[in-house]
Design a protein around this ligand. Structure first.
Ligand SMILES: [Zn+2]
Length: 312
């Protein structure tokens, strides 16, 4: 249904375009987002004035992304590049250099209060040497108040390179920010329905530190804040002991990672996988997390249903 509608709209645009090109000389802003969640923010702010491309698309894992030659061309043609920062996009620097782009590269976590990376603390204790990830957890978008900061940063960035569009960007962002404010309240209300002592969740990697901090849950994961290294067997064993001891029932796979480790942990602890959480990427358009707002609602309600199915 949605697909059919989109095809019709596209066909309409194509047939109109010679006329439109003659009548209006505005060229759309060419925006490149490092991954799908930022692409969605940009679309809400930019509306019709921009074209957005996300380098890492639906269900993609930005931690281990290998750029393709087409990405170099995409960046070379960009008017502006929007990224997360906090050393999330390890693939980006080489790509920017290879493209020779002069477009501004804007880090959207500017102004966010970053959380210390738990993995970092972990690794220092364990091995005594420095790990190559940042000192901070990069997954700041998992708390809605931070998403509102990302959106504000996008408005500032768009206004600075396209001043005539600034009023439009500000108007769009104001409406979207109101939606995000409602979303934030909804998530708080959803989590409030889970008894506090049951708010412990197992996922594949440490992507939900900001969600945990903001909404009052504990997340445990066999993998750290990145997905680029296998979880040590000793960590998996101690997590399994903890799940059994504390009778933790909420175990989730993630859309961006191989589900097998989580499935094995569930099997070994006699728990059931409670569903799929969206961590570092949106779903495809026909999935349950095609936008950031849908993703956050889906995650909160999936967690609530798994832990407290009987709570009204
Ligand atoms: Zn991640």
């Amino acid at each position: 249904m949605i697909k059919t509608l989109r095809t019709v709209v596209l066909a309409g645009l194509v047939s109109l375009s010679p006329l439109a090109a003659g009548a209006v000389s505005t060229k759309k802003l060419n925006v490149v987002a490092s991954f799908s969640i930022i692409g969605d923010f940009a679309r809400h702010v930019g509306g019709d004035r921009i074209d957005v491309r996300s380098l890492v698309g639906a269900n993609g894992d930005p931690h281990v992304y290998e750029p393709r030659p087409a990405d170099v061309r995409t960046i070379a043609a960009a008017d502006i590049v929007l990224v997360n920062g906090l050393q999330f996009e390890g693939f980006l620097r080489r790509l920017i250099e290879a493209s020779g782009t002069k477009a501004p590269v804007v880090e959207l976590t500017k102004g966010v209060q970053p959380l210390k990376s738990t993995e970092q603390a972990h690794n220092r204790e364990r091995s005594g040497h420095h790990h190559h990830h940042g000192d901070y957890d990069p997954h700041a978008w998992q708390a809605v108040p931070n998403a509102r900061i990302y959106v504000k940063n996008i408005v500032d960035a768009f206004c600075s390179i396209d001043p005539p569009g600034c009023t439009t960007y500000e108007t769009n962002a104001k409406a979207y920010d109101a939606t995000l404010s409602v979303l934030d309240e909804e998530i708080r209300a959803t989590i409030a329905r889970i008894p506090p002592h049951k708010r412990v969740v197992i996922t594949a990697h440490d992507a939900f530190g900001y969600f945990a901090h903001e909404y009052g849950l504990t997340f445990l994961a066999p993998e750290g804040v990145s997905t680029d290294a296998e979880a040590p067997a000793s960590d998996i064993a101690s997590l399994i002991r903890q799940i059994k001891r504390d009778k933790i029932a909420a175990i989730f796979v993630e859309n961006i990672t191989d589900p097998r480790l989580v499935q094995r942990i569930a099997a070994e602890t006699g728990s059931k996988v409670g569903g799929e959480l969206y961590s570092d990427a949106l779903s495809r358009p026909d999935g349950p997390a095609a936008t950031y707002v849908d993703m956050m609602k889906h995650n909160a309600s999936t967690i609530r249903k798994a832990i407290a199915p009987d709570v009204p």
